[in-house]
Design a binder for this molecule. Structure first.
Ligand code: SF4
Ligand code: SF4
Length: 116
């Protein structure tokens, strides 16, 4: 499953540069699917949702750092464990129960985000 950041976050910023998918953003920051991935132009997610990868999307949280679930692979394909959780000083990067995915799904997501 994807990882989420809880409101315990102290906005230290340590996790953001560690994410191999550029799935972590500062509070109130707009984000794009194309950032840190190979995605460009019109894309269709496994969920069927359609986006333009180059278009700015609304921030998901205005108070603390947030993770874009559709860009989080739990670090599968890059690392053995979630890097955000490994560096967070207050342990507020936790499994997101609302975005449960199997390892196979997470690997497929990683390959979708980083096509050759
Ligand atoms: Fe990024 Fe990995 Fe944290 Fe997901 S688990 S947000 S891919 S660092
Ligand atoms: Fe927030 Fe933890 Fe990331 Fe720091 S490392 S910004 S406390 S989620």
């Amino acid at each position: 499953m994807a990882i989420k950041i809880t409101d315990e976050c102290i906005n230290c910023g340590a996790c953001e540069p560690e994410c191999p998918n550029n799935a972590i953003y500062e509070a109130a920051e707009e984000w794009k699917f194309s950032e840190g991935t190979s995605l460009i132009g019109n894309i269709v997610l496994v969920s069927g949702k359609e986006y333009n990868a180059d278009e700015s999307q609304e921030p998901i949280d205005d108070e603390v750092y947030f993770i874009v679930a559709d860009k989080c692979t739990e670090c599968k394909g890059f690392h053995d464990e979630p890097q955000c959780a490994a560096v967070c000083p207050v342990d507020c990067c936790v499994p997101d129960d609302e975005n449960e995915e199997t390892e196979v799904q997470l690997i497929a997501k990683q390959q979708f985000l980083h096509k050759e």
